[in-house]
Design a protein around this ligand. Structure first.
Ligand SMILES: Cc1cc2nc3c(=O)[nH]c(=O)nc-3n(C[C@H](O)[C@H](O)[C@H](O)COP(=O)(O)OP(=O)(O)OC[C@H]3O[C@@H](n4cnc5c(N)ncnc54)[C@H](O)[C@@H]3O)c2cc1C
Length: 500
């Protein structure tokens, strides 16, 4: 049987593309190598505790938000419930300790009170943020054809153009001089994975909005519920999903156009279009059957920088983390205001000084843990090279040493944490590589430098007719909200291709 489209990978972007195409009457086959949907954003169970493997929270779900619009348009919203996070994060620096709560004005107020000498600069900086977001909304919701929007961009959207060519440090540095204030303003660096001196201002502004301007949510029952509902929708639309089914080859007409996908069981499924949610390195260097195309892409891809990785310690607790002092959904703990210095600690395995976050999902969704118990995730940015050359014994030992050190450091804020542990699991950059199918354990796809961001990010379209990419590695980038946009855009390109 021939499908309209085969989608490889049921991560956030692959599922989004599949929902859209199947809802529009296209016959889809979705192949996923894992037993469940969600990709990185999945959950797992240890001793009765349900842990989010990656996802902490998601934005874009407010009335009129892109994600909400999508879920409403395709009849998924009624299958799930969201928990809006309030005053969600405690941000800790050597001399500052405050709450961030998706509220631009209260954040500005706190910053002006803490840095009165920078009041004018703070006003002007947030004015620049506001202008950027207004232009971004005008760009996103305008009905002008994309080619015309791009041609007119320097006149209609100058802030977007400017932010596309500079770093977060350059954007902020135009208004702010105090190094500590700059550090606080770029606290979200770890959710993108690059220190401000190399981080694209555009992507920084996108993520900043999700944390300081718009409400952010968690899914009732866990992220699994969202992706389960999307998979259900795809099947209701008459399309098929095969779990535990890796795609091993994309058959093409000599690299010119896609023809079929082969699975690990040597089944061959034909399709006019293939959308790959697997990373571009696997898709274009390993899966595609044309050696010429593979060679050409190899050269291109080898020159691109991958994002950093992370380690995570998942703790099942005998009591709620709140009882130990976890009075917010999340803590961001920093020993330095310089994120360049901080990133250096993370990359050089300095677990005594690296920044880390604590996340307490059970605080907003107690159903994740057995009655009366709690859970906590400690996340620290890390490098694959810190883990790659270890023997199995060394690896096992290092996991324990790193977890112990991070738990000790978390105890400063949550005394009695070590005593309260009932279950523990540790993920390293090697785990990210294995379960996230991410080369080098890169948790955010290609690094979001200005050279690899916005219109210069790895494209959804490939040289092979009918083959499209989607997900964190490609446009616009990592994060669940961004991956939904990527999935919608890939589906749109696929529809155009099917019309031809
Ligand atoms: C530790 C961590 C914390 C994070 N926190 C947040 C957060 O709080 N908020 C947020 O918005 N984002 C967060 N993110 C980012 C977010 O989770 C990811 O950007 C997003 O989930 C990636 O989605 P994706 O569509 O790129 O697909 P992926 O998650 O990469 O999934 C790709 C899928 O393709 C499958 N696949 C790969 N190859 C094949 C093949 N050959 N055949 C079949 N299937 C294949 C994989 O098994 C996988 O299921 C976090 C990420 C990490 C790692």
């Amino acid at each position: 049987m021939e499908y309209d489209a085969i989608i490889i990978g049921a991560g956030a972007a692959g599922l989004t593309a599949a929902v859209k195409l199947s809802s529009l009457g296209k016959k889809i086959l979705l192949l996923e190598k894992q037993p469940v949907p969600g990709g990185f954003a999945t959950t797992f169970n240890r001793k009765g505790f349900i842990f989010e493997s990656a996802w902490h929270c998601v934005d874009g779900l407010q009335e009129g938000g892109e994600l909400r619009n999508f879920l409403e348009e395709y009849g998924i919203i009624q299958k799930i419930n969201f928990i809006e996070l309030k005053d969600f994060s405690r941000i800790i620096y050597p001399e500052h300790d405050f709450t961030a709560g998706f509220n631009r004005d209260s954040f500005v107020k706190y910053l002006k009170k803490s840095f009165p000498q920078e009041s004018r600069g703070i006003e002007r900086l947030f004015g620049a943020f506001d202008r950027f977001y207004r232009q971004l909304d005008r760009y996103s919701y305008s009905k002008i054809p994309v080619s015309l929007k791009i041609a007119l961009a320097p006149i209609l959207y100058p802030e977007i153009i400017r932010a596309s060519f500079i770093t977060a440090e350059q954007f902020i540095g135009k208004f702010i001089t105090d190094a500590k204030l700059k550090g606080i303003l770029t606290d979200i660096w770890s959710f993108i994975g690059l220190a401000p001196g190399r981080l694209s201002a555009f992507y920084y502004l996108i993520v900043f909005r999700g944390y300081y301007y718009l409400p952010t949510s968690y899914v009732k029952g866990s992220s699994r519920e969202l992706f389960k509902a999307m998979a259900e929708k795809i099947r209701e639309n008459g399309s098929e999903i095969k779990f535990n089914t890796p795609a091993v080859r994309i058959i093409t007409d000599d690299g010119k156009a896609v023809k079929a996908v082969v699975t690990d069981k040597e089944e061959i499924f034909k399709a006019k279009v293939v959308i790959s949610n697997a990373n571009p390195i696997d898709t274009l260097e390993n899966l595609i059957d044309s050696p010429v195309t593979r060679g050409r892409y190899h050269k291109n891809l080898a020159g691109l920088e991958k994002s950093i990785s992370a380690c995570q310690v998942y703790l099942g607790l005998k009591k709620p983390a709140k009882d130990l002092g976890m009075d917010h959904f999340m803590f961001s703990v920093n020993t330095s205001y310089s994120h360049e210095e901080d990133l250096e600690s993370c990359l050089s395995a300095d677990y005594d000084n690296c920044s880390f976050s604590l996340v307490d999902h059970a605080q907003v969704e107690p159903a994740l843990v057995p009655d009366g118990k709690g859970s906590l995730i400690i996340m620290a940015i890390d490098s694959y090279t810190n883990w790659e050359k270890l023997s199995p014994q060394e690896y096992k030992l290092k996991k324990q040493v790193v977890a112990k050190r991070l738990i000790q450091r978390a105890e400063k804020y949550l005394p009695g944490l070590a005593e309260a542990i009932e279950a523990m699991e540790i993920a390293t950059p090697k785990t990210m590589e294995r379960y996230g199918s991410a080369p080098g354990g890169a948790i955010y796809g290609f690094a979001q430098t200005p050279e690899q961001s916005t219109f210069r990010r790895f494209p959804l379209k490939t040289e092979v007719r009918g083959l499209f990419l989607t997900g964190a590695w490609t446009q616009p980038g990592a994060g669940v909200h961004a991956c939904f946009i990527s999935g919608m855009d890939a589906a749109k390109s696929a529809l155009n291709s099917l019309r031809r």
